[in-house]
Design a protein around this ligand. Structure first.
Ligand code: ADP
Length: 192
């Protein structure tokens, strides 16, 4: 596995960053920045379906037949198909509408939902892309701060999953997460 470019230990867990293609990650689960239809799309969604093959879409169809559509902020899991990852956790990030439409809360809900599902399935290593910062237009610096703070709080509260890695596709996104990690508040500190 490619080495992490930066990491932070939280309880017995590791929160780390790397730059690259999430479809190549040999984690227990990788997270997909999907849309509510779960029928695939562009960006990381398209890359995951292409690399993982049709078994992922088969699972997505079964889920959609049951629930209709996946609401923003929630998450479901499918097979990883031919991916090195065993499972894919699909979540729907908020579309950026200027910041006043609940986007920060919905983005945090995505990360919490994925980590809850991972814990429920006993998955120990989880990789995330930068949810919402591509086609959905969420400003990356703001999204990075929410992503890392939310994951750090979950790891501090639950002590699992053991390893969470953000796999950032491009340099600018990676560097925004690196900055946010450097500024991450200590999750053990009392709120002021
Ligand atoms: P959204 O619709 O949630 O904005 P996108 O897939 O358009 O989702 O973009 C989310 C992030 O995923 C962007 O930073 C994009 O560059 C990145 N991305 C695209 N392909 C991959 C990949 N194969 N691995 C990791 N990240 C990827």
């Amino acid at each position: 596995m490619t080495p992490a470019t930066a990491s932070r230990r939280i309880r017995d867990c590791v929160l780390e960053l790397s730059q690259g293609d999430i479809t190549r990650m040999a984690a227990d689960a990788i997270v997909n920045a999907a849309n509510s239809s779960l029928m695939g799309g562009g960006g990381v969604d398209g890359a995951i379906h292409r690399a993982g093959g049709p078994a992922i879409l088969d699972d997505c169809r079964r889920i959609i037949a049951r629930i209709g559509a996946l609401p923003t902020g929630q998450a479901v899991a499918t097979t990883g198909g031919r991916l090195p990852a065993r499972r894919v956790i699909h979540t729907v990030g908020p579309v950026w509408r200027g910041g006043g439409a609940g986007e920060p809360e919905l983005l945090a809900a995505c990360y919490r939902s994925c980590l809850r599902l991972a814990a429920d399935e006993g998955l120990d290593t989880v990789a995330f892309p930068s949810i919402s910062t591509g086609a959905f237009g969420y400003p990356v610096a703001a999204a990075a701060a929410i992503a890392l703070q939310t994951v750090a709080q979950c790891l501090h509260a639950n002590g699992r999953p053991r390893r969470v890695r953000f796999v950032l596709f491009d340099r600018a996104t990676h560097d925004a997460y690196r900055n946010a990690l450097d500024r991450l508040p200590d999750p053990t500190a009392d709120p002021a």
